[in-house]
Design a protein around this ligand. Sequence first.
Ligand SMILES: O=C(O)CCC(=O)C(=O)O
Ligand SMILES: [Fe+2]
Length: 302
Amino acid sequence: MARCHPYELEDLCIDAKAPQAEINALIAKMGAVVLKGLLSKEEVDQMNKDFKPHLDALGPSGNKEQWDGSFFPNTSKKVPGLLAKSDQYVHSMLLNPPQLNVTALLEVNPGGKAQELHRDDAIYHDRIKGSDVWDPRQEKSILALAALTKVTPENGGTLIVPGSHIRSDDLPAPTYEDAIHVAAEPGDCVVILCSVYHGGGANSMEVGAPNSVRCMALCGFSCGYLKQEENQYLQLPIEAVKRLPIEAQRLAGWDMSLPYLGYVNWEHPLLTLGHDRSIVPQLDDLFYDKVQDAPQPSAVSA
Ligand SMILES: O=C(O)CCC(=O)C(=O)O
Ligand SMILES: [Fe+2]
């Protein structure tokens, strides 16, 4: 059966050092990109080292005590709360600005079945009207998936339907035949708009075969006025939050969404982490967004 688009994996791939405007144009067209070589070998090695004890603590793949559903079968190991588990993750994935939405390590093991194709933004109950041109204002969140192992179509490479970010919700959802399979090297990073149809792939490999385990570190961002998918305030030990760089604390949710959403005792939430008042926005700075309120270039020239 014909796919609903003409694209192959290489149409989504772009050098991570390409000009930002080129990357933006590609994601606007496709709804997803693969940034080749975003992370260095050292960054990938350090994250794998930091996460190993947490994966080991879950026991072997297929362990019946793990979540065993269709979206996440027990062959997928899932580690949450990554800000408290790897400083390298904080620096390589988080400090890359809006508000953090979700962190997760997803290790897909042999025997794992493919996820249903889905839009992550379905959690916000939005409907996409569908059009020929992408309107960035429809987006609520964006997700980066960094490869920490080799990722192949056989070991669970993510399934993506290019162009489906502008597909109307009145049309039937795309099928597995419409999806392309991600293949990526460690350090490559898949970035998807959360309106694009995607899903974790099946792992059809034998246990113990080379590259039979697929591991990706996920870092999602959402608009600051939305409830976060992974509840950072309850997920992270407060002492671990206090140790994060201030920019990471803000991204994790200890911040205001202007105008005046998210205060504590009428003040900025960073004060709850013990910061000196002099470095924390106060009074009118809790209400007015100087960037948004400034005259826009078109308004000035008109
Ligand atoms: O594991 C993957 O490749 C994608 C996972 C995913 O889409 C999800 O958990 O929502
Ligand atoms: Fe997803």
